[in-house]
Write a new protein. Structure first.
Length: 239
């Protein structure tokens, strides 16, 4: 009866520099240089195991990106199935290496291929390494080209001065006891919530940190005459 394969996961871990570097780790017991990886814990997903194992073996926190492929090889009479993801690590080591790992080194792709002790890992990295480097380069270019939201300056309303064809005289003082014209009564309606279309610019959308506001009933009314219009009427009457 065939034995069940050993499931493991790891990462092609890059560090961003002018020439991207790839992590290789040195096993303490066998004194071999290998790609960072490890077995899945019970109930653990391959992706979660890959991130955990890379953290333990390199001491670096990483961001996990694209799935790169699966390496299958014989290990002591059992097949070992290792899933790999592209990962990116920061410059500083955050944790101590686990005891099984003697050292970690960061090398360009060609030097990492020469450093690896196992032929099957070398062949795997030779295939997926260029893919990982290209994906990282495209990701970096996309971040640099990301357009920042334009800072819109509020438009200044420029109102031309009222045109007066004849010399004007100062208006008569307003009569304080004159009757005030009554405006039309206000109609009370329920304000409709504005529909946010998918194409609406981000500046028009509420920020993610904005508090939730319950809709309220407001009074809708006609807009009052602009102050400039009143000045114009005033000057016409004075003329």
């Amino acid at each position: 009866m065939a034995r069940a394969p050993v499931l493991a996961a790891g990462g092609i871990v890059l560090r961003r520099q002018a020439t991207p570097l790839i992590a290789v780790v040195r096993l303490r017991k066998r004194n071999e240089w290998v790609l960072p990886k490890g077995k899945l814990d019970d109930g653990e997903t391959p992706r979660a195991a890959a991130e955990r194992e890379v953290l333990e073996e390199t001491g670096h926190e990483v961001s996990v990106h694209e799935f790169l492929g699966t390496l299958v090889y014989d290990s002591g009479g059992r097949y070992k199935v290792v899933h790999y993801w592209r990962m990116e690590a920061g410059d500083e080591q955050a944790y101590e290496l686990m005891y099984d790992i003697k050292a970690v080194d960061w090398l360009p792709l060609d030097e990492a291929l020469e450093r690896l002790s196992r032929d099957h890992e070398r062949a795997f990295l030779e295939n997926v390494g260029p893919i990982a480097l290209k994906a990282a380069a495209l990701s970096g270019a996309s971040r640099q080209k990301a357009v920042k939201p334009a800072t819109r300056r509020p438009r200044r309303t420029v109102t031309p001065p009222p045109s007066v064809s004849e010399p004007t005289t100062a208006p008569e003082p307003a009569q304080l006891d004159a009757p005030i014209a009554q405006e039309e009564p206000l109609s009370t309606t329920e304000a409709a919530e504005p529909a946010l279309s998918p194409s609406a610019p981000e500046a028009e959308l509420p920020p993610s940190f904005a508090p939730d506001i319950e809709p309220v009933v407001i009074e809708a009314h006609r807009p009052r005459r602009n102050f400039i219009d009143r000045v114009r009427d005033w000057l016409r009457r004075a003329a």
